[in-house]
Design a protein around this ligand. Structure first.
Ligand SMILES: Cc1cc2nc3c(=O)[nH]c(=O)nc-3n(C[C@H](O)[C@H](O)[C@H](O)COP(=O)(O)O)c2cc1C
Length: 185
């Protein structure tokens, strides 16, 4: 696995939907073409891997803690995530996590559907995640859970509603300005 980091953002097109599916423990068993194209991996490199192999170190642990807590209860959750591509560059996505059960009601798999995030959402999320990461480094994940819960309670929102409000429709101009930046970078 490539641990390098590049300060280079990969732009996600407005029509791109990056899908992966894992078993109950987060081991990848499927990734669609858009996921492979954006992340830079081949199907062989991803299948059988723990999903944390694309984790970006800028991501606070508390977000994954919240996500796992929710999907283990079979509750869908939407989260904004920064991922690392194979070459070390990064991409932001808004991800809907869904759980599928087998005939007996046991968890069969988890599926993640990722789309582009609006710039306005990232203006709120980036500083919030930086604060959460700093708290985690200084005082541990329990402290960042407390901080995030207080942050949401002050806004009278749960994480899902908070994210949904942040990522209302992405303006067309924003998608094209991102594409043009990528072309000339
Ligand atoms: C369906 C599914 C999709 C996931 N997608 C991502 C992802 O895009 N990026 C990521 O960093 N973690 C993703 N995860 C979470 C990882 O399994 C892992 O919890 C996370 O990367 C944090 O790593 P850690 O648990 O080793 O701290 C996903 C998990 C599931 C079940």
């Amino acid at each position: 696995m490539n641990e390098n980091l590049l300060d280079k953002e990969i732009s996600i097109g407005s029509r791109d939907i990056l899908v992966t599916r894992t078993d109950h423990a987060g081991i990848i068993n499927y990734g669609n073409d858009a996921f492979l194209r954006i992340s830079g991996y081949s199907a062989n490199e991803t299948i059988g891997e723990n999903h944390n192999f694309i984790r970006h170190p800028d991501m606070p642990k508390v977000i994954f803690h919240l996500m796992w807590k929710s999907i283990k209860k079979r509750k869908n959750i939407t989260a904004i995530v920064k991922n690392r591509a194979k070459d070390g560059s990064y991409y932001w996505v808004i991800t809907d996590f869904k759980t599928q059960e087998d005939y007996s009601g046991a968890i069969k798999d988890h599926i993640a559907y990722r789309r582009a995030v609006s710039k306005s959402a990232l203006e709120v999320i980036e500083p919030l995640y930086k604060t959460l990461l700093k708290i985690e480094k200084e005082s541990g994940v329990n402290a960042s859970i407390i901080y995030l819960n207080r942050y949401l309670a002050e806004r009278e929102l749960d994480y899902n509603t908070f994210i949904a409000q942040l990522n209302k429709k992405i303006p067309f101009t924003e998608v094209w300005s991102k594409k043009i930046k990528t072309l000339f970078s």
